[in-house]
Write a protein that binds this ligand. Structure first.
Ligand code: HEC
Ligand code: HEC
Length: 416
């Protein structure tokens, strides 16, 4: 868990509002370097990382228990490994508060992962192999001491069967329970795989192996938030749970006895359910203050075609949870896959081709420090300039805006 200068600065700025939830020092320690002032001062609202309003007392308690499990640092004695990327969910999803994104600006940091798959082209039968049989799509960067001693390795090698690999920064999770509650039909209605309306933007759904609509992960590979969370415990921390009791291993080899001493499942159903509730009930980030410039930018966002993919709002359907039922979620995504051109392309996943990515939700954008799936863009403007493929038209219209208009658009994006 890395405390960046940026966070310390943010926290120092908001002392007194009680918004710094991680117990940051109220003043910089005497030996701290003077932080370079950020170009734009970002205020972290005190409500960021809070639950959706209206939870029942029982749900509220489960949310708080879940936050504790989310922040737990696992050890080999409590289920960590044998392969893992980090010791807890909160080691990566931590900026600027628990449940947020990673310290993604840090090159080679633990919050940036390596994913690999194999694409087998064929005229009729192009297929993506997620390498599940040889250690899975997530390439773990760390081994527990016992496993490291046994294998003489310090990280999982990319399986020989892989044809492609790519990096993934850690996204924030604010408001994702609402995205889980959007009915499939609403997303499918936005798809236009054959581009019948001729706007150059198709958008198609990803599907899981059993045919369900995918929506989570940068390639929309996972169908439900629950399944994503189940696998996150195993893929990221090597913590098995009632939903997935299979440890990830090097090349998928069975584990020798004694290497992973804790019997499966390594957490209980209650612990898992609480973590799931924590993620599910995290409220979307409150919108930042709106200026006249931002209002102009919001109009430009629509008129140059950004909103064709970054659909401003989705509506949740009937849901057993009252707080998730018939809610508007201003996520700025259609949850569909779009071809973003050859430069951004990395791995295939499910039905997503190398160049296809899910429209990244822009809610919470102002809290991010690196942009696009692998964090290659250090500014929002650069992220827009790197849009290609189906987004080329919108990008070119952005490039033709006056500097004044570009700033207005950026002011709008700063409210998300
Ligand atoms: C090593 C860092 C790391 C850890 C630890 C980690 N995550 Fe993540 N998380 C990521 C990355 C990277 C992604 C993006 C994955 C992708 O695009 O396929 C992600 C994506 C997600 C998503 C989907 C968000 C989206 O954009 O659709 C959820 C939900 C999630 N994580 C939950 C969890 C939970 C719950 C835990 C703990 C059990 C956890 N994560 C642990 C790095 C991490
Ligand atoms: C054809 C669909 C499409 C259009 C049109 C489009 N985008 Fe995107 N946008 C995407 C996809 C897909 C990603 C994720 C790409 C990646 O991760 O590599 C993305 C990512 C982004 C990101 C980075 C988000 C993050 O957190 O990393 C920003 C900012 C963004 N878009 C803004 C815009 C703006 C502004 C416009 C209009 C000029 C626009 N987009 C037009 C599909 C689109």
């Amino acid at each position: 868990m890395l405390y960046t200068t940026r966070t310390t600065l943010l926290c120092t700025l908001i002392v007194g509002l009680g918004a710094c939830e991680r117990g940051a020092p109220t003043a910089a320690p005497p030996d701290a370097k003077t932080p370079t002032p950020a170009a734009e001062v970002l205020i972290v609202p005190p409500t960021l990382g809070r639950p959706l309003p209206g939870l029942s007392p029982a749900q509220r308690r489960q949310f708080e228990v879940g936050r504790v499990v989310f922040q737990t640092e696992f050890t080999p004695e409590t289920g960590l490994g044998p392969l893992f990327n980090a010791v807890g969910c909160g080691s990566c999803h931590e900026e600027p508060v628990v449940g947020g994104g990673g310290s993604n600006a840090e090159e080679g940091g633990e919050d940036i992962e390596v994913h690999a798959t194999a694409f087998h082209a064929g005229s009729e039968t192009a297929q993506c192999n997620d390498l599940a049989a040889v250690g899975g799509q997530v390439i773990q960067k760390q081994l527990t001491p016992a496993y490291s001693e046994y294998t003489h390795l310090t990280s999982e090698p990319i399986p020989a069967a892989a044809t492609d690999s790519g990096h993934r920064t850690t996204p924030d999770l604010f408001g994702f329970g609402l995205l889980d509650a959007v009915p499939d039909g609403e997303i499918l209605a936005l798809a236009d795989p054959d581009d019948r309306n001729g706007d150059g933007i198709s958008g198609r759904p990803n599907r899981t192996a059993d045919g369900r609509l995918g929506r989570f992960g940068r390639k929309a590979q996972a169908a439900t938030l629950r399944e994503f969370n189940i696998d996150a415990f195993v893929m990221e921390m090597g913590v098995t749970n009632p939903g997935n009791q299979t440890e990830q291993t090097i090349a998928g080899e069975p584990l020798a006895p004694g290497i992973d001493p804790v019997p499966e499942p390594e957490i209980t159903a209650q612990q898992f359910d609480a973590t799931d509730a924590f993620v599910r009930f995290l409220a979307p980030p409150p919108r930042g203050p709106f200026s006249i410039g931002a209002a102009r930018g919001a109009l430009l966002f629509r008129s140059i075609g950004c909103a064709s993919c970054h659909v401003p709002a989705l509506v949740t359907g009937a849901n057993p949870n009252r707080v998730l039922r018939f809610q508007i979620v201003r996520a700025y995504t259609d949850l569909l896959l779009h071809d973003m051109g050859p430069d951004l392309a990395d791995i295939c996943l499910g039905q997503a081709l190398r160049s296809e990515f899910r429209t990244e939700p822009l809610m919470g954008l102002r809290f991010a420090s690196a942009f696009l799936h692998d964090g290659r863009a250090t500014t929002v403007r650069r992220a827009i300039e790197l849009h290609d493929g189906e987004a080329r038209g919108a990008r070119n219209r952005f490039l033709r805006l006056t500097e004044f208009e570009k700033r207005a658009l950026q002011k709008f994006l700063q409210t998300l």
